[in-house]
Design a protein around this ligand. Structure first.
Ligand code: PBG
Length: 342
């Protein structure tokens, strides 16, 4: 290009750049679809369900409108419905009354506890559905903590011994994914070793690697009957909300201990953590949109302050944009239905 042409070129370019309009691609539905960077499908959903004693029971959880506790038979029916909707995995959480709670969380080791019975029921009713079970003692302890206590202290290694028993118990009942949510150190390696030793090499582990000490778990603790029980808070084992680099270290350690997948929890206030873990470590990374997040959306929607369905879709898409491979959400069946309707 000679000097004269170049002189000509520069003002032309400026004119063209002035014509750059980001809105051009947003004008029509087909165009928006064409350039959309992320998609949400039913394959991204894990549905947490609460299980309670009895039969034919679907008991509403007051702080989570639209969510119920299912008796074991109803959990089987719910899993069948979820499977028909294409949801790949259900995650089980038991409601345990004060009568079955003790200092050590012994009920966790009972082969006939609610979670084990629900695993067997769901395997029978929805054999192609993935079943995830939570490993932590809080549904079963009289003090509501995730571990074994001595005085005010949550004992790390004594807790791990219980968690190993709980994991084997759940694997024997047919769960597919063990999800330790207790935040003890070294439990992933210990559980992996025990599972392999007992012949459960195929059972996956999704580590709650970065689980924060959060106010957003409130409604969940109602749902599992832990709110009344909980003495103090969980800040000596769950993470400080101020920390981000620490979450990377937690995830790195859990992967080194042979976790198959990583989870970040809660969800929306911690999307930066999802992003950093996925970018840095590249492992399958999941986020848990927790009970408090569910309750906030439902409460605002019930008041007519937001459009609940749209807010849910937008929230779930934000997880995908942050790099999550999937989301645990109490909205899963509703979202699956909406996605199917198009
Ligand atoms: C307990 C556990 C909690 C949740 C999942 N597993 C609560 C807690 O740590 O107190 C929270 C889920 C939710 O709020 O939806 N190990």
């Amino acid at each position: 290009m000679d000097l004269e042409a170049r002189r000509q070129f520069a003002p032309d370019m400026i004119e063209i750049l002035k014509g750059r309009r980001m809105r051009r691609l947003r004008r029509t539905a087909w165009s928006r679809r064409l350039v959309r960077e992320n998609t949400l499908t039913v394959d991204d959903l894990i549905w947490p369900i609460f299980v309670t004693e009895g039969s034919g029971v679907r008991e509403p959880v007051p702080s989570m409108p639209g969510v119920v506790r299912h008796s074991v038979d109803e959990a089987g029916a719910a899993a069948e419905e979820a499977a028909a909707l294409g949801i790949p995995v259900v995650a089980l959480f038991p409601y345990t009354g004060p009568d079955k709670r003790d200092e050590m969380g012994s009920e966790a080791l009972n082969p006939d506890n609610l979670v084990c019975r629900a695993c067997r029921e769901i395997s029978a009713k929805a054999p192609n559905m993935g079943i995830m079970t939570d490993v932590a003692l809080d549904p079963y302890t009289s003090h509501g903590h995730d571990g074994v206590m001595a005085g005010d202290e949550i004992l790390n290694d004594a807790t791990i011994a219980q968690l190993i028993g709980q994991s084997i118990n759940q694997a024997a009942a047919g769960c597919d994914i063990i999800a330790p949510s207790d935040m003890m150190d070294g439990r992933i390696a210990a559980i992996r070793k025990a599972l392999d030793r007992e012949g459960y090499e195929h059972v996956q582990i999704m580590a709650y690697a970065a689980k924060y000490a959060s106010a957003f778990y409130g409604p969940f603790r109602d749902a599992v009957g832990a709110s009344g029980a909980l003495r103090g808070d969980k800040r000596t084992y769950q993470m400080d909300p101020a920390n981000g680099l620490e979450a990377l270290r937690e995830a790195e350690i859990d992967l080194a201990e042979a976790a198959d997948m990583i989870m970040v929890k809660p969800g929306m206030p911690y999307l930066d953590i999802v992003w950093r873990i996925k970018e840095r470590l590249g492992a399958p990374t999941f986020a848990y949109m927790v009970s408090g997040e569910y309750a906030m959306i439902e409460a605002a929607a019930a008041n007519g302050w937001i459009d609940g369905d749209k807010a849910v879709m937008e929230s779930l898409m934000s997880f995908k944009r942050a790099g999550a491979d999937g989301i645990l959400t109490y909205h899963a069946p509703r979202v699956a239905r909406a996605l199917a309707a198009g």
